[in-house]
Design a protein around this ligand. Structure first.
Ligand code: PEP
Ligand code: CO
Length: 424
């Protein structure tokens, strides 16, 4: 920690304040958040192709959303630091051997040996270095115009060409011209700035020793975590008395809390009072992850409590973590239709309560993996082993991710326009 504490920050307070301002806009329904990336990044995956394809899928999705939703899209990667994982079990048993669970590359290694699974503090230093390498390349790609619409080769749709989505996507790219015209008219977006899109980083604030070492006092009143723009606390560490909530209370970054099916309105209001006592829009995001079968039962009373207390909260839907299942072959997966179902229901519930869903939180990759079932190509259980690469949770692949972006647009388009609630 004493080494990490002296190393330079990865992001700046100016960038963080910029994100907070954009999240405040999204809280007031003037923006939509796309937060997405790996469940767990791995050091061995820190290379040019993988970083490029993650940026590419996020930018393509954000363009679909921008085009369809007609409002600024705030892009936040689960990237450049998503290396620590909460686990449901402490140990894992294979062939009668029991070892500690893999907890993310910043803590131990995934191989099933005692040496690999023994936590090693040097990995924190490596985590910092891989985060810096990833962020450096992301910044370079963005600065050199990778996101530019004037480079159509970057938007080629090799994989999608073979899929049932091809026509829809091609129609979309043909209408990109309209989008460019439109972009000129959207507040905060100019054609010139599309060449230098804003792209923010985030990770779960789980490994508090690491987070603390990257937390710096920037003036007498503010401490910032300068390892990422946005930090969230996972469902398992979000108790109001937890060290993780106490840590988040003290930093000025925009923060998120995962909200699972056991959440109560009282817990939510207490959390808001602890984490956002000044009711500042953009400071606090709730990321709901109930599961498709639970969402209708769990979400309405939470939204109503926030409205009744007049609190500013940005709501995101994570339709991944409540819909994880294990196949007979013991492979962790998620069904595309469950993901979509939770997303659709979440949109509808917010709409019915005169609230609004301000964005989505997804686990995805730009690669052609086979980790989630279903989607336009109808991936089946037998396909899962073909290209299953995730070390922890199953991710949407490139095509499934584009499909989700298109379905979000349809879903919002289908909802009748509504007046924004002064309380939300
Ligand atoms: C995650 O985001 O990878 C995660 C573990 O989420 P949750 O805390 O919601 O289970
Ligand atoms: Co996950």
């Amino acid at each position: 920690m004493s080494i990490l504490e002296k190393l330079p920050p990865l992001v700046t307070p100016v960038e963080i304040k910029n994100l907070k301002k954009q999240l405040a806009d999204a809280t007031l329904n003037k923006g939509f958040v796309l937060q997405a990336g790996d469940c767990a990044e791995s050091f061995s995956d820190c290379h040019s192709d993988s970083i490029t394809s993650k940026l590419k899928i996020l930018l393509q999705m954000s363009l679909i959303l921008l085009h369809g939703l007609r409002k600024p899209i705030i892009r936040i990667g689960r990237i450049a630091g998503q290396y620590a994982k909460p686990r449901s079990a402490d140990t894992e048993t294979q062939d009668n051997i029991t070892l500690p669970c893999y907890r993310g590359d910043v803590i131990n290694k995934p191989e099933f040996t005692l040496e690999a699974r023994t936590p090693n503090p040097d990995l924190m230093l490596q985590g910092y270095q891989y985060s810096a390498l990833t962020l450096n390349y992301l910044r370079a790609l963005i600065d050199s115009g990778f996101a530019s619409l004037e480079h159509p080769e970057n938007w080629n749709l090799d994989f999608v060409q073979h899929s049932p989505l091809a026509n829809e996507y091609q129609a979309f790219t043909r209408s990109l011209g309209d989008t460019l015209d439109f972009i000129n008219t959207v507040e905060g977006l100019r054609t010139s700035s599309i060449n230098r899109v804003d792209f923010f980083t985030s990770h779960e604030s789980l490994h508090l020793l690491y987070e603390q070492a990257l937390t710096r006092q920037t003036d007498p009143n503010h401490w910032y975590n300068l390892s990422a723009h946005f930090l969230w606390v996972g469902m398992r560490t979000a108790d109001v008395n937890s060290a993780h909530i106490e840590y988040l209370r003290g930093i000025s970054n925009p923060i998120g809390v995962k909200v699972g099916p056991k959440a109560t309105p009282e817990w939510l209001i207490e959390l808001i009072d602890i984490l956002n006592p000044n009711n500042e829009p953009g400071r606090l995001t709730f990321i709901t992850r109930m599961g498709a079968t639970q969402i209708e039962k769990c979400l309405p009373s939470l939204i109503e409590a926030v409205q009744a207390h007049g609190k500013h909260v940005l709501w995101l839907c994570d339709p991944m973590h409540g819909n994880t299942q294990v196949t007979e072959q013991n492979i962790k997966t998620r069904h595309f239709s469950d993901i979509l179902c939770e997303l659709e229901k979440t949109f509808q519930i917010h709409h019915q309560l005169n609230s609004h869903l301000g964005g989505v939180h997804l686990e995805l990759t730009g690669e052609n993996v086979t980790e989630c079932l279903g989607g336009a190509r109808g991936l089946a259980e037998k396909d899962l082993t073909r290209a299953y690469k995730s070390l922890v949770d199953p991710r949407l692949n490139y095509e499934q991710s584009l499909e989700i972006a298109m379905l979000i647009v349809r879903q919002i388009g289908a909802a009748a326009p509504h007046k924004s609630n002064p309380k939300d």
